[in-house]
Design a protein. Structure first.
Length: 306
């Protein structure tokens, strides 16, 4: 449940991205004070709540000092935005580490007095592990798994400074303006519902609004530990496509996209599209979190029939 009414101050790193911008709007609508760390200097003069930072240099605008802040870290280069060249993979890793190191430095010197840190990770942590995956499962040596391990270790460095810290391993986020949904629906606009591979690979998804509510829940409740940020009912990809066709593109024709074609198109990244990852939401449910959209039908029907 989210019955908290006390007004709070939030600092969001990565607050201009897909999840961060939606979270920003939710927190503001609740009456909270929200500061967003941004590299977009052209926007800074127009908002006192956009704060310049440079994670390559490890600095946040010297004029910015804040006390009693809930810090939510979502910063990092998009995993699916570009083909995984060696240079891009380095950027994906370094952007995550440098963001947390910059926050650590700011907290260490008292520029940010943090009540709590909620830092993103991803279900990519589990790699190619099989079965129903709990937070206690270990990953493997795949690229995303090792990236998430480094990402989480950087967050725990802040926890070692005495800041209560939670990590949200975020699943496949479904929202109309970003995340996985546009990629799934692009061909449907032309009458073809492409099904990558067998379509039987398990997708551990979450509605955009629910992941933002969960980040708030972990932050304001000052939860400590690792939590899977996924809906309680993972489904085969074919079921996701079925629901999208039902509510948005009923005249699209399902056609398989062969694995070899996906591999040629995406390279190494294709492994993330074709693999199954069945992740458990049990731990966050036992904490009392209530999903607005627990099933894929509830999620897709809401996204297309607001």
């Amino acid at each position: 449940m989210l019955n908290f009414v006390i007004m709070a101050t939030f600092v969001i790193a990565g607050g201009t991205g897909f999840v961060g911008s939606h979270l920003h709007k939710i927190l503001q609508s609740m009456g909270h004070t929200v500061y967003v760390l941004s590299t977009r200097t052209k926007d800074i003069p127009f908002s006192k709540h956009l704060i310049y930072w440079d994670t390559e240099k490890g600095i946040i605008d010297d004029s910015f000092h804040i006390k009693n802040a809930h810090v939510i870290n979502l910063a990092g280069a998009g995993v699916a935005d570009k083909r995984w060249t060696e240079e891009r993979k380095k950027e994906i890793v370094q952007s995550r580490l440098s963001s947390l190191y910059t926050l650590e430095k700011a907290i260490q010197k008292g520029q940010i007095e943090a009540l709590h840190l909620c830092s993103a990770s991803a279900i990519g942590y589990y790699g190619f592990s099989q079965g129903l995956l709990q937070e206690t499962h270990t990953g493997d040596d795949s690229f995303l798994s090792t990236t998430c391990k480094k990402w989480e270790e950087a967050a725990w460095s802040i926890a070692e400074m005495g800041v209560p810290t939670s990590i949200a391993r975020i699943g496949i986020v479904l929202g109309k303006d970003g995340g996985a949904l546009p990629a799934l629906t692009n061909s449907m606009k032309w009458g073809i519902a492409g099904k990558p591979g067998s379509g039987q690979q398990i997708y551990s998804w979450i509605h955009l609004h629910d992941v933002c509510r969960m980040l708030y829940f972990l932050s304001i409740g000052q939860k400590v530990g690792i939590y899977n940020a996924v809906a309680p009912h993972p489904v085969p990809l074919s079921e996701v496509i079925k629901q999208i066709r039902k509510y948005a593109y009923p005249y699209s024709i399902p056609l398989p996209a062969p694995e070899w074609a996906i591999k040629v198109l995406l390279g190494e990244m294709s492994t993330e599209v074709l693999k199954s990852t069945q992740v458990s939401a049990h731990k966050i449910l036992t904490e009392g979190f209530d999903f607005f959209y627990p099933t894929i039908e509830a999620c897709i029907s809401h996204l297309y029939h607001k």
